[in-house]
Design a protein around this ligand. Sequence first.
Ligand code: SF4
Length: 91
Amino acid sequence: MSSGSKEPELARTLKRITWQSENCLACVWFKPNDPLNADLFERGQCIHSKLKPYGLIVSGRDWCNLFTEVKQKQIDLIQERALRHEESEKK
Ligand code: SF4
């Protein structure tokens, strides 16, 4: 096994790559266009009271300093509501 100092430069660099985790997709103020399939590329409105007046359209990978982590329970509620809406439109 090699120590950290003997690793190739590329391997050491890749270990430092991290994904921005506090992004819009994980924010309570993100209103995705498609809540059932939302991923980092999903677009939607930011409904934070300070930003809503600007009518911002953000993507799941955007972020700002007003980030507040969404709870899994809220994601479940939003997805259940979207599913019910989708099913009622099929009828
Ligand atoms: S722009 Fe800021 S407040 Fe709005 S959804 Fe993204 S992280 Fe949240």
